[in-house]
Design a protein around this ligand. Structure first.
Ligand code: FE2
Ligand code: FE2
Length: 680
């Protein structure tokens, strides 16, 4: 600080005759101009005592106001006449160290000057100290904010690769580092450990990097930190000597024409205090030593291009970054571990779901792999929707999570079938095989009874013949009658066998059954004791009267209930929020746009989510194309696609999605024989 005295010509009268000043002094006729010149030259480098008369003091005007803003750097001594009450009203009063109404003695002047300079020195020192503390506080506040932001950013990043990028980018930003790398400690099967060079980035140069592994020992700088857990803050890696515990390998610098200088290497510790990796930062560009102070965030943007830049713009890492980066590394370690754990849980869960679905599907070879194929078809449809740039799906996008949600919903969509009697799924005719067998046995019994009845009648005739009667006409009649009845029984059997097939015929099944009953009534179905024979049971009748397919209304209801069972089961899984739609998607995969689906018979895009509509298309496609149904031949592709189009036209499937399915040839992306148990 330069000490300086500024005095006016007029104030001389109040000073000792022939005054000499202890420091550099300037006389000025225009005191306001002198003050302005002083302030313009940078007042913070000067400590100034201004000596002037009361008149001049009161007329300082704008110059006086300017002085107010830098009041620690000047003091005022007022000498001579012109004093009045208005002096005490001046806002500058605090800076007036002395007012002399009569001329000052030399010793007095010297005393007042010393006092003024010493007060200014004390004040400026205090101000400097205050500024220093303020800047430390500000740094701490920034660090704290950085830490909070980093913690928040790291905790929400789910993708492991993005996480490494984020950790390094944030670390470089807050320390102003130009380059950096992340190393991860990996456990080997034999219990040993190795260090994986996982990710690296250099701001000033676009340098390629490749993952590699190295032994976990103290031979490398990163290895040393990973083994010892020591933070290394090296001002210049080329300044390391043989006595230092670590040595710098300069091959990277030579290869890429880079110059590593300062380095900060921090271990990443998890909550068990185990070191799970290392963050290595190179070349801090934050100069916090001088006035041209830049924070890490700004320094990060400085590009090092020439060899001079590496000397002029690179500084050692400030020591405060050691503890700050230790905290950041701690947060990073927890985020990495959380990420690993999440991935592990996700993989375990996925394997569990797949194993459960496989177990359920293996009950029935007919549906083996169905859920896996539907999941794959749904995923391919979602990717196709994402690829559509215009048209109906222009504004529809599935995120990675949304696709996973759809896949899970598809894998589990038929899970509820586990609650349903397998025989119903496998029912290929209107009657179960045992029921049909029993029906046929009852007809065989009837057949035998009829035969027996006629035999008995023949017997009676023979007895009459032994008595001498002519019975030949009677025999002929019996023979004709027997042949006719037995033939009718065989015909009824054939009719019922045909009716047992699930195919749709032109004959009304109820009509056929009614006629069979009439026929049977005409046949007089009695056993040898005269009791009626109930050939067709009530249950047989219900099944034989099925108009379409092989299921009666009760069985159909039971099969349809699988969606509700699926929903109840899937709803009990505590899904994370991003998968919250799984139960609803699974519940609605049999709903149809025209409202004829189940379980609720809802209609319209708003009520049936697009994912459920996609699943419906995939489900119908797979059911038609599947090659493994014992009672149904696979439908050829062309026919399958035309059925899908018919279904779309009739509002049984979403027309836009069927269009997408065909346009993107989704069926070619999933092998219709894939995922079968045993085939894997
Ligand atoms: Fe289903
Ligand atoms: Fe299905």
């Amino acid at each position: 600080m330069v000490k300086h005295i500024l005095f006016s010509e007029r104030s001389k009268a109040g000073l000792p005759a022939g005054s000499s000043f202890p420091v550099n002094a300037t006389a000025s006729a225009d005191i306001a101009g002198g003050i302005n010149a002083l302030l313009d030259s940078g007042p913070s480098t000067h400590l100034t005592v201004i000596i002037l008369t009361a008149d001049e003091f009161l007329r300082l005007g704008a110059a006086g106001e300017r002085l107010l803003s830098d009041s620690v750097y000047f003091r005022v001594i007022i000498t001579g006449a012109g004093m009045d009450d208005s002096l005490s009203e001046s806002p500058l009063l605090a800076n007036v160290t002395h007012v002399a109404s009569s001329p000052l003695a030399a010793a007095e002047l010297s005393f007042h000057l010393k006092r003024a300079f010493s007060a200014m020195e004390r004040e400026t020192n205090l101000a400097a100290e205050r500024n220093n503390y303020q800047s430390i506080l500000l740094d701490m506040k920034h660090d704290q904010e950085d830490l909070i932001n980093i913690g928040r950013a790291l905790s929400i990043e789910k993708d492991p690769d993005h996480l490494f990028r984020l950790i390094l980018m944030l670390s470089k930003k807050i320390t102003g580092a130009d380059a950096g790398s992340i190393y991860i400690v990996e456990e080997l099967r034999d219990g040993g450990k190795q260090l994986r060079f996982k990710y690296s980035h250099t701001f000033s140069k676009d340098l390629p990097y490749e993952e590699f592994v190295m032994p976990l020992n103290k031979n490398s700088i990163a290895g040393y930190v990973a083994v010892t857990g020591t933070i290394l803050n090296i001002p210049d890696v080329y300044g390391l000597s043989r006595s230092d515990p670590v040595a710098f390998n300069s091959s990277f610098d030579r290869e890429h024409n880079y110059r590593s200088r300062s380095m900060l290497v921090i271990p990443m510790r998890n909550h068990h205090d185990e070191i799970i990796g290392v963050i290595q930062l190179i070349n801090s560009k934050e100069d916090d030593s001088g006035n041209s102070r830049v924070t890490g965030n700004e320094a990060f943007e400085i590009v090092l291009s020439t060899p001079e830049d590496f000397t002029a713009k690179v500084v050692p890492f400030a020591s405060r970054y050691e503890s700050l980066m230790e905290a950041v590394a701690g947060q990073a370690a927890i985020a990495i571990e959380n990420n690993r754990m999440m991935k592990q849980i996700q993989e375990q869960f996925e394997e569990f779901v797949k194993a459960s679905v496989t177990a359920i599907e293996s009950r029935d070879a007919a549906t083996s792999g169905h859920s896996f194929r539907v999941a794959e078809l749904c995923k391919q449809m979602a990717l196709a929707v994402n690829a559509e740039e215009d048209g109906f799906f222009r504004d529809v996008q599935f995120s990675e999570m949304a696709i996973k949600e759809l896949e899970y919903a598809a894998l589990l969509h038929d899970f509820g079938k586990v609650y349903i009697d397998l025989a119903i799924f496998q029912k290929s005719k209107k009657l179960f095989p045992k029921e049909f067998e029993n029906l046929m046995l009852r007809f065989d019994y009837l057949y035998r009874c009829v035969e027996l009845r006629f035999l008995m009648e023949e017997n009676r005739l023979l007895q009459k013949a032994r008595g001498g009667a002519d019975v030949s006409a009677g025999f002929d009649k019996i023979n004709a009658e027997r042949t006719s009845r037995l033939e009718r029984i065989r015909a009824i059997k054939a009719t019922l066998a045909a009716l047992n097939e699930p195919t749709v015929t032109t004959n009304d099944p109820e009509d056929v059954v009614r006629k069979v009953h009439e026929e049977l009534d005409a046949l007089d179905c009695f056993d040898p004791d005269g009791n009626p024979i109930p050939v067709i049971t009530d249950s047989d009748q219900i099944n034989l009267e099925i108009r379409r397919g092989s299921l009666n209304p009760l069985e159909r209801k039971e099969i349809e209930s699988h969606v509700v069972h699926t929903y109840n089961f899937v709803s009990r899984i505590p899904w994370p929020p991003e998968y919250r739609n799984i139960p609803e998607i699974a519940l609605k995969h049999h709903e149809k746009p025209d409202g004829t689906g189940y379980p609720a018979g809802i209609s319209g895009d708003a009520d049936i989510p697009i994912q459920a509509r996609m699943m419906a298309v995939a489900d119908v496609y797979d059911a038609l194309a599947a090659t493994d149904r014992p009672y149904k031949k696979p439908v050829p592709l062309e026919k399958t696609l035309s059925i899908l189009e018919d279904e779309a036209r009739n509002k049984k499937l979403d027309a836009e999605l069927v269009g997408l399915f065909i346009r993107h040839r989704i069926y070619e992306k999933v092998d219709k024989d894939s995922f079968k148990t045993g085939a894997m």
